[in-house]
Write a protein that binds this ligand. Structure first.
Ligand SMILES: [Zn+2]
Length: 188
């Protein structure tokens, strides 16, 4: 399958559809145990495994498209279970690779890693998975757009820094929508 270019709005829309398809209501936080159980039920071809720490080398989690396996280190799973926002984001990132149909062995690594610098395709997949993870955990809906970053962090159990980024993404989506609405009215 060819890697598809998706706009931010398309990534947000897919994440929202997947989130709803997995039975999470728009105003509820995703918890990792429920997420993994529902993924398995809804997408029986996918499996997930927790590996002893260190077995994924540097990576905390990985999507293996060939084996259709979502791998995560024991430490990440435990941390996500305890409600640590960053670990939850890591799991959601790999779910993004899986449900967006990305191919390869994709790790969650820092933005701008060496591998990303050399491959535009990889850079694009990593960008999509990062955006997807935030959009999966914090859905783009009119009601959610009204919340400030600290309300987002509290309700959706993500780190404050992730909530700030997501808040500004939702804001810029809002102004883009307002702009195209204004444009549409001018065109009448
Ligand atoms: Zn990734």
């Amino acid at each position: 399958m060819r890697h598809a270019f998706l706009t931010d709005a398309q990534i947000d829309a897919r994440a929202l559809a997947h989130r709803r398809g997995l039975g999470f209501s728009d105003d509820e936080a995703v918890d990792v145990t429920t997420l993994l159980a529902r993924l398995k039920a809804r997408y029986p071809e996918l499996s997930y495994e927790c590996l002893p720490d260190g077995e994924l080398a540097e990576a905390e989690a990985q999507w293996d498209s060939q084996g259709k396996r979502l791998l995560m280190s024991e430490a990440v799973f435990q941390a996500a279970n305890r409600g640590e926002g960053r670990a939850l984001m890591t799991v959601a990132h790999e779910v993004g690779h899986a449900l967006l149909g990305h191919e390869g062995n994709l790790n969650r690594g820092p933005a701008g890693s060496r591998a990303e610098r050399v491959s535009a395709k990889l850079r694009s997949m990593e960008y999509q998975a990062r955006r997807y993870a935030a959009a999966f955990l914090i859905p783009d809906t009119p009601a959610v757009r009204q919340l400030d970053a600290s309300a987002l962090s509290q309700r959706y159990r993500v780190s404050m820094s992730a909530a700030i980024v997501r808040h500004s993404e939702l804001r810029s989506g809002e102004s883009a929508r307002a702009l195209s609405l204004r444009q549409a009215m001018l065109d009448l």
